[in-house]
Structures are given as C-alpha cells and as structure tokens.
Design a protein. Structure first.
Length: 233
C-alpha cells in the first residue's frame, strides 16, 4: 500500500454529510450570538423601563377640613369653612380678623393671610356674594340658567363640577393670559353660580399660576363649596 505523507493526511476528504452539518452548526451558533448581542443592547430592566415612563406631577394642595375655621355671614345667612390661614379682606383691601362682611351686603371676601406669597399653602382668594350680576351682568332663576349665563359670558371657559348643598353644580374655569411686561402668571378664575332659596348666589375663586392647566387646587375648591350651609327661611 502506498505510504501517505503528513500533508496528504491533512487533505483527506471529509464525508459530505459531516461537512454540511458542521457548516450548519457554525451558522446556527453565529446567528445565536448576533441575537444575544442585539438583546443585550436593546433590553431594559423592568425598573429602568418604569422609571422612563414616570411623568412628574404637581403635588395636590392639601385638604384637611377638620382644622378649618367656620365663618358666618349673618347678613347673608350662610356659613362656610376655610383653611385656617385664610382671613377676611376688609373694605380697605387689608386683612382683618373682625367682621367678614363689613359692608353688610351679604358678601364675604377671603385671602390667605401670610407674610409672603412664598409662605402661601393654597395661593388663592375666594369671594361669596348673593348676586350673579357683577361678572355676567345677568341674574338667573335656576342652576342651569346660572351656568348658561356663565358659559355664554365666558366663551373660552371650561366646565367644572362641584357638589353644593347636595346638588351637582356646574361652574366655569376661565384663564386669562399674562399681562404684557408683567409676571409670567396666567390669571385663573373659577365661577360657581347657583340658586339658594329661589335667589342666585355666586362663589368666585381666583389666583395666578404659571401653569394655566393645573387642577391641583380643585379638591380644595370642592371641599369649600361642599361646606357651604344656608339658614332656612
């Protein structure tokens, strides 16, 4: 038998089936490695994925009604609870701890009595008045008519809801742009007009905010409105 050299042994033909299997195995391993590398680049841990979806939101204004103070307008025949930092605004536009209705008209005006706006917890003022003509120019005879007067008068208003005297009352949120050359605050107003003892009554919240779409004060507004009580006739 002819003696084979070392080189000849190296170049000994491989069985065709084994050759195909070997090539297929290499391709399969390569494909698996590529897939693993792609997954390693694109995968995100559950915690990181959740963090990426979190959107910061404003902290809601606190509602702690047990600590609130009850104010009564004897002329108007109604009472309301307000946060303890609020005080009546007198005829000279200054805060007072005395009569909340110094004019005797049945109207009360309150603001947050703090040294600086930076110390304010709530940051709004509120007015109560047995009259709906001062901002719409019209009286009303039903809750729906009061709402429609507001809606027609403030064409850019947004409808909001609150429970007053156990009834679902529709109000209007109206936002005005900042004054040119002034602070970048929008002027935000909430109007709630409704009927009490067959007569119109109005509650008006107002404040400034750099975010006109914020709703974080609304829970406080609703708590104040739900605390309203009126003397029976």
């Amino acid at each position: 038998m002819k003696k084979q050299t070392f080189i000849t042994k190296l170049h000994k033909p491989v069985h065709p089936v084994l050759s195909i299997a070997a090539v297929g195995g290499v391709i399969a391993i390569g494909a698996l490695l590529i897939l693993l590398l792609q997954n390693a680049r694109t995968s995100v841990s559950p915690s990181n994925q959740y963090q990426a979806q979190v959107v910061p939101t404003a902290t809601p204004t606190p509602v702690d009604t047990p600590t609130w103070k009850t104010w009564t307008d004897w002329k108007g025949g109604y009472s309301v609870k307000l946060p303890k930092t609020f005080s009546p605004v007198g005829l000279n536009k200054a805060f007072t701890d005395g009569d909340p209705d110094p004019s005797g008209t049945g109207a009360m005006h309150f603001g947050e009595n703090v040294k600086s706006s930076k110390d304010a917890v709530y940051g709004f003022s509120v007015e109560f008045t047995p009259d709906t003509t001062y901002h719409t120019g019209k009286q009303c005879a039903s809750d729906e008519e009061c709402y429609m007067n507001n809606f027609k008068f403030h064409s850019n208003g947004k409808t909001v809801h609150a429970t007053i005297l156990g009834r679902d009352i529709k109000g209007i949120k109206v936002t005005f742009p900042p004054v040119v050359g002034g602070p970048p605050n929008y002027f935000v107003n909430y109007y709630f007009d409704f009927i009490v003892h067959d007569k119109p009554f109005s509650v008006y919240f107002h404040y400034g905010d750099i975010n006109p779409n914020s709703t974080q004060k609304e829970p406080v507004f609703r708590a104040i409105l739900s605390s309203l009580s009126f003397a029976t006739q």
